[in-house]
Design a protein around this ligand. Structure first.
Ligand SMILES: [Zn+2]
Length: 325
C-alpha cells in the first residue's frame, strides 16, 4: 500500500511543495516519505507522512545502523520538522489575508510576477511589505536575488511612490539580512529627490548602526542630518549618536553641525550632545566640548556646563545603551 491520494495532496498543498527538512522548493521533485517505515508498522496516514526533497530523502534512507556515522533522523524528529514547517507555512501562507487588510492577499502568481505584487504594496501600511520579504526569505532563496534586482530597478523609477515602496522593501530586507544590503544602494537612496525615500534610508542606517557600526557610511548619514525634513534628520542624527561610542568621527560630525552656525543646526547639535551625555557620557571630553564654550550663546554655555558637570560625576553604572527617536 502507498499513501492515499488525498493524504498526499493535503500534505503537498500544506507544505507548498517545499521540503520539510531543508525547506527547499521542490516542484515535482518531491517525495512523500513514511516517517515510521511500513515494514515497522508505519501507516499510510497524514500523521506518518513527511514531504522531502530527493536529497533529504536519500539522506534519511542512507543511515546504516551497522556502520553508524553522523546522526540518524528519528521518527519524532522528522515529525517535528514537518510540524514546524507546516506551522510556518500556515502563518505566512501567501493565500492568507493580512489582518486589517482584507482586500490585499498575495497569491503564488504574484510571487512569480513581481510587478503585479508591487502594485499591491502600500507605503501607509508596511505589513504587506514585511509579509512579502519574510515570505521571500522563508521560501529558501528561490526569489530574493531576483526580487532584489527588481527592487533596485524600481528605485530608479520616475514615480515617487514606486521609489518609496521600493525603499520600504529595502528596509524590510535589511531587517532580515542587513549585510546583504548594498551600501551603494543606500547612498543612492540618500540623495533621492523625494523625502519619503530619504527618511526610509535614514531609519535603515540607524538600524544598521546598532547591528554593525563599522559599515555605516558616515558621509551619507551626515548628508541626511543636513536635511530640513524632520523625518529625515531625526533618525540620521540618532544614527550619529548611536555611533558615537564606537566611531569617534560621528561625534566630530555632530560638532561640525554645531559649527554651521544657524540656530536650527546648533539646536540639533546641542540636543544630540545632551543625549550622548545621558547615555554615553564617557564619549565626551572637555576638549570635544570646547566649541560650545567659545561660541558665546547662553544656550551653548548652559549645555557646556551641564555636560562638564556630567563628566565630573561619571556614573559608575551605565544607563540604557540606545537612543530612541
Ligand atoms: Zn530537503
Amino acid at each position: 500500500m502507498a499513501f492515499p491520494r488525498n493524504v498526499v495532496e493535503e500534505l503537498l498543498v500544506s507544505c507548498h511543495r517545499y521540503c520539510c527538512v531543508c525547506q527547499k522548493f521542490c516542484g515535482s521533485k518531491i517525495e512523500v516519505h513514511h516517517i515510521v517505515p511500513r515494514s515497522e508498522g508505519g501507516e499510510d496516514t497524514f500523521e506518518n507522512a513527511i514531504a522531502l526533497c530527493f536529497d533529504c530523502h536519500a539522506e534519511i534512507g542512507a543511515y546504516n545502523p551497522k556502520h553508524p556515522k553522523g546522526r540518524k533522523f528519528s521518527p519524532s524528529e522528522l515529525r517535528r520538522h514537518r510540524d514546524q514547517w507546516l506551522k510556518l507555512c500556515s502563518s505566512i501562507s501567501p493565500f492568507r489575508t493580512i489582518e486589517g487588510l482584507p482586500q490585499i492577499t498575495l497569491t503564488e502568481k504574484d510571487l512569480e510576477d513581481f510587478n503585479a505584487m508591487f502594485e499591491k504594496l502600500r507605503v501607509d501600511d508596511p505589513r504587506l511589505t514585511q509579509h512579502l520579504v519574510r515570505l521571500l526569505f522563508l521560501k529558501g532563496g528561490k526569489y530574493p536575488d531576483r526580487f532584489f534586482a527588481f527592487t533596485m530597478e524600481k528605485l530608479s523609477s520616475t514615480n515617487e511612490e514606486d521609489r518609496w515602496k521600493a525603499a520600504e522593501i529595502v528596509k524590510e530586507f535589511s531587517h532580515w539580512n542587513y549585510p546583504r544590503v548594498d551600501i551603494e544602494l543606500l547612498n543612492q537612496m540618500a540623495i533621492d529627490d523625494f523625502f519619503g525615500v530619504r527618511s526610509v534610508v535614514a531609519t535603515v542606517l540607524f538600524d544598521i548602526s546598532r547591528a554593525n557600526p563599522t559599515v555605516v557610511p558616515l558621509e551619507t548619514v551626515y548628508r541626511l542630518v543636513l536635511n530640513d525634513d524632520w523625518y529625515v534628520h531625526t533618525p540620521a542624527l540618532a544614527t550619529l549618536k548611536s555611533l558615537s561610542p564606537t566611531r569617534p568621527v560621528a561625534l566630530d560630525l555632530i560638532l561640525e553641525l554645531f559649527r554651521i552656525g544657524d540656530d536650527d543646526h546648533k539646536d540639533l547639535a546641542l540636543g544630540a550632545l545632551k543625549d550622548i551625555g545621558e547615555v554615553n557620557p564617557e564619549v565626551l571630553s572637555e576638549e570635544t566640548l570646547e566649541p560650545l564654550l567659545h561660541e558665546g550663546s547662553q544656550r551653548s554655555l548652559a549645555t557646556y556646563q551641564e555636560l562638564k558637570e556630567k563628566l565630573n560625576n561619571l556614573p559608575k553604572e551605565k544607563k540604557q545603551q540606545y537612543y530612541p527617536f
